[in-house]
Design a protein around this ligand. Structure first.
Ligand code: PMP
Ligand code: GLU
Length: 397
């Protein structure tokens, strides 16, 4: 009898990956699909990083790696944290993993016990709720609306904390909203967290460098927070290295040790080649990062301009990451050729089938009125996609 565990049965499929697969399948069948579903830079990995990886192969970096990563990589990450974020870490506080995805999961599994509560400001990335499930915890959502720039307030945070709160997991710059917490806004949250020392903060900073508003601010910069913050970051977004699978956490030593213990039984150290590539990325300067960011910013302006012309979208201008996340509830209840759009999942399917544009419905991000478009693609694709989306939406009545 084919029967998966209760844990897997409870787990949802990743909506971002599912939609990317649907659009890839449609494309393979010959349909001209423009995919704005998956959030990944469309640039190639910079040459000096690829060269380092080739060299690593030639130099026989082919053996098991230390579970938390090569010391030289962890040193490079500590140097990055000092130079870019003015944060002091030592290599024993760094644990490298298979993408930032595993780093978030490691952090949760390291601290969450059965039925512990994990506060998650929403809209949030689709995998957070599921990772909390994997850790047997309970997600406690704090809903942040467009009126507050999709950011939570200190008052909301205070109201959400209970004696069962073990962690807060948030992301700035945010996937999917592109919102960024300023230093002052973080300070407001810290004022609340100060009174609840049992709460660990998992700060997902994977979009650190895709920031059009200014310098990245980490919550770990506050003295009260450093010893209970887990920074999660990696090379996927900043260095266009999503397929290399290299992320990391910078954490209090006890959490880094716990994550290492977990990884030691679960996946071991991550790829030797990817680690040498990441080391070259962190030692190689930020020139390519800034170049990519300039392109993303231009595309952000372009998609915002084009989407502003779509009457039924309620827009919020993203300050970072590479997603547009309009409220599309205006279209709910409308129909086309017998089918009715009941929610943003239906709208995403309608756009895929009618406009051949792949986007992701907002429900999996905790925002059922919204739809996510990734603009990490060419200007031409963005122009054509928004034209198609507009035409398809105009057909709904
Ligand atoms: N956090 C957020 C908010 C993301 O959007 C993603 C998706 N790339 C990740 C973490 C995971 O990134 P990685 O590719 O490094 O696993
Ligand atoms: N994080 C990216 C996204 O949100 C990649 C897919 C995933 O892992 O969710 O689209």
């Amino acid at each position: 009898m084919e029967k998966v565990s209760a844990l897997i049965a409870r787990l949802s499929v990743s909506e971002t990956l599912a939609m990317a697969q649907k659009s890839a399948d449609l494309k393979a069948s010959g349909v001209d699909v423009i995919s704005l579903s998956l959030g990944e830079p469309d640039f190639n990995t910079p040459t000096h990083i690829k060269e380092a990886a080739k060299k690593a192969i030639d130099n026989n970096y082919s053996f098991y790696t230390p579970v938390p990563g090569y010391l030289s990589l962890r040193e490079a990450i500590c140097k990055k944290l000092k130079q870019e974020n003015n944060l002091d870490y030592v290599p024993s506080q760094i644990v490298c993993s298979n993408g930032a995805k595993q780093a978030v999961s490691n952090a949760l599994l390291a601290v969450v016990d059965v039925d512990d509560e994990v506060i998650i400001p929403t809209p949030c990335w689709v995998s957070y709720f599921e990772m909390v499930k994997l850790a047997n915890g309970i997600s406690v959502e704090i809903k942040a609306g467009i009126e507050n720039d999709y950011k939570i307030t200190p008052k909301q945070l205070e109201e959400a904390i209970t004696p069962k709160t073990k962690a807060m997991l948030f992301c700035s710059p945010s996937n999917p909203t592109g919102s960024i917490y300023s230093k002052e806004e973080l300070a407001g949250l810290v004022e609340v967290l100060k009174n609840h020392p049992q709460v660990i903060v998992i700060s997902d900073e994977i979009y650190e460098h895709i920031n059009y508003a200014g310098h990245h601010e980490s919550i770990a910069q506050f003295d009260e927070m450093k010893d209970r913050t887990v920074i999660v970051n990696g090379v996927s977004k900043a260095y266009a290295m999503t397929g290399w699978r290299l992320g990391w956490m910078a954490a209090p030593l006890w959490i880094a040790k716990a994550a290492t213990k977990l990884q030691g039984q679960y996946t071991s150290g991550c790829s030797s080649i990817a680690q040498k590539a990441a080391e070259a990325a962190y030692n190689g300067g930020l020139e390519t990062v800034y170049e990519m960011r300039e392109n993303f910013e231009r595309r952000r302006d372009l998609i915002v301009e084009l989407a502003s012309d779509i009457e039924g979208f309620k827009l919020h201008k993203p300050e970072g990451a590479f997603y547009l996340f309009p409220d599309c509830s205006h279209y709910f209840g409308k129909s086309y050729e017998g089918g009715t759009i009941n929610d943003s999942g239906d709208l995403a399917m309608y756009l895929l089938e009618e406009a051949h544009v792949a986007a992701v419905g907002g429900a999996a991000f905790g925002a059922p009125n919204n739809i996510r478009f990734s603009y990490a693609t060419s200007d031409d694709n963005i122009k054509e996609a928004m034209k198609r989306v507009k035409n398809a939406l105009n057909k709904l009545a």
